[in-house]
Design a protein around this ligand. Structure first.
Ligand code: ARG
Length: 463
């Protein structure tokens, strides 16, 4: 059934219908479409544009449709001939309640209707995404709390650099995902204005109360330009950019987990339930989930670039090109939601090999800077200390040992300033403990930061 048959004398070509229809994907927001229609008729009746009886009949009809869709009694089929979810709901309503159903669309266009539905849907999705990021942050915080004294190498250029702790490393991701969360809440706040009542593009001649509709639908207020209201997809572009950034952060972390999980590193062991095997190589236990999350980044970026490109040449106001926003956004949102849950589960079930991490830090000369600082504390100029420790490192590489294992005589042969206390000074524990500036890995500094994170998470929960 079409909402616009009057002007036409021929049936739509079947291929045209198939190409044009959006019911196959916009059925995803049938709840939001019905919710928007209920608010619309409440407003129409309040303004005397619709009788109270028609309002009640329409609301009852819409609630019945919603109930039947939820229970499965009514199904949405693309064979029904409806082109989109708006036609489907209005058509089904009229089939069910007759004349009154035909009054539902008074003072409304599908252009402002679809703008509303998408905003309502996305607002709910942002709330879900926010919950998933929060869940991940809580999980990371737990890993951090347990590992303020788990020493590991910190890297630059993927070369061992200075000792840090696992809490500190994970804390870097805690920061990234916290910013992701605040990006989501910025977007929600900026997009939270109701486009309904903007009509096709130029508002309507009916005396609508747009403030009232906006408040029924929990918006901060109505939008202020009817052309922009039906043509704006900025908030979707912002969302896709935020989702791309979340994907990028997940992908970086996954890359590290994949490296940490190699036979060469063995810093972590993925749980069996989050790994897969090989059909030919019996010894394999592969990090497929981390790889897939890393891989899915591509389609999320793709959605962002696709929508930016779709929008770039569009004259005001509504154009059918904008129907393309749906599948792109739905796919990106669903993909990132999946990645966030899987990633959180993978982290929660993964085990960290603390002994391997610490040994790796020791054998990578991550305490070389501290050995130089030791000499500086005994009066040697830093540039000389740097050279002395460089020679020591070379000697250790030849012998295949760590600085910690080099006998004192060998130290003394290169510089007599060294004493027995050097071992204590370059132990992983000392190296990390001494880094107590705010934001550094020293356990005391770290514990303070963790307490701030916890408090922040709790405060956000109360908001
Ligand atoms: N399916 C359309 C979309 O997603 C709904 C709006 C249709 N409006 C129109 N004038 N054809 O954009």
């Amino acid at each position: 059934m079409k909402l616009w048959g009057g002007r036409f004398t021929k049936e739509t070509n079947q291929l045209v219908h198939n190409f044009n229809e959006s019911l196959s994907f916009d059925q995803k927001f049938y709840r939001q479409d019905i919710r928007g229609s209920i608010a619309h008729v409440k407003m129409l009746a309040k303004q005397g544009i619709l009788s109270e009886k028609d309002r009640d009949d329409i609301i009852r009809g819409l609630e019945g449709i919603l109930e039947d869709l939820e229970s499965g009694k009514l199904t949405i089929s693309t064979d029904s001939g409806y082109e989109d979810i708006h036609s489907f709901v209005e058509g089904t309503l009229t089939e069910r309640i007759g004349e009154a159903g035909k009054r539902l669309h008074t003072g409304r266009s599908r252009n402002d209707q679809v703008a509303l539905d998408m905003k309502l849907y996305i607002r709910d999705e942002i709330d879900e995404l926010d919950g998933l990021v929060e869940g991940l942050l809580l999980e990371l915080l737990e890993v951090m709390e347990k590992n303020t004294e788990t020493y590991m190498p910190g890297f630059t250029h993927l070369q061992k650099a200075q000792p840090i702790t696992l809490a500190h490393h994970v804390g870097a991701y805690f920061e990234m995902f916290s910013r992701d969360r605040s990006r989501l809440s910025d977007i929600r706040r900026r997009m939270n204005y109701c486009p309904l009542g903007s009509g096709a593009l130029a508002g309507t001649t009916y005396p609508l109360d747009r403030e009232y509709t906006a408040s029924l639908l929990d918006f901060a207020g109505p939008t202020l330009n009817s052309m922009d209201s039906v043509a704006d997809r900025d908030y979707l572009i912002e969302l896709l950019a935020a989702l791309s950034t979340i994907s990028m952060h997940l992908s970086r972390f996954c890359e590290e987990i994949i490296i940490w999980n190699t036979n060469e590193y063995r810093f972590v062991e993925l749980d069996d339930s989050y790994s897969t095997g090989s059909s030919i190589m019996p010894q394999k236990k592969n990090p497929d989930i981390a790889e897939l999350i890393r891989g899915k980044c591509g389609r999320v970026y793709g959605a962002l670039v696709a929508l930016l490109t779709t929008m770039k040449g569009l004259p005001l106001a509504y154009n059918k090109d904008m129907q393309e926003d749906k599948e792109l956004t739905f796919d990106a949102v669903d993909t990132v939601k999946g990645c966030l849950s899987l990633f959180t589960g993978m982290i929660a079930s993964m085990s960290f090999r603390k002994d391997v991490m610490e040994a790796s830090a020791r054998h990578g000369f991550t305490n070389a800077t501290d050995a130089a600082d030791y000499l500086v504390n005994k009066g040697v100029p830093f540039r000389d200390a740097h050279g002395i420790v460089g020679q020591l490192v070379l000697l250790c590489i030849e012998k295949g040992i760590a600085l910690d294992d080099l006998p004192l005589e060998e130290y003394r042969r290169i510089s007599p300033v060294f004493d027995q206390d050097v071992y204590e000074a370059i132990s992983m524990k000392t190296c990390v403990d001494k880094r107590q500036t705010l934001g550094a890995p020293g356990p005391e500094a770290m514990k303070k930061v963790i307490a701030v994170y916890r408090e922040r998470l709790m405060a956000q929960r109360e908001d």
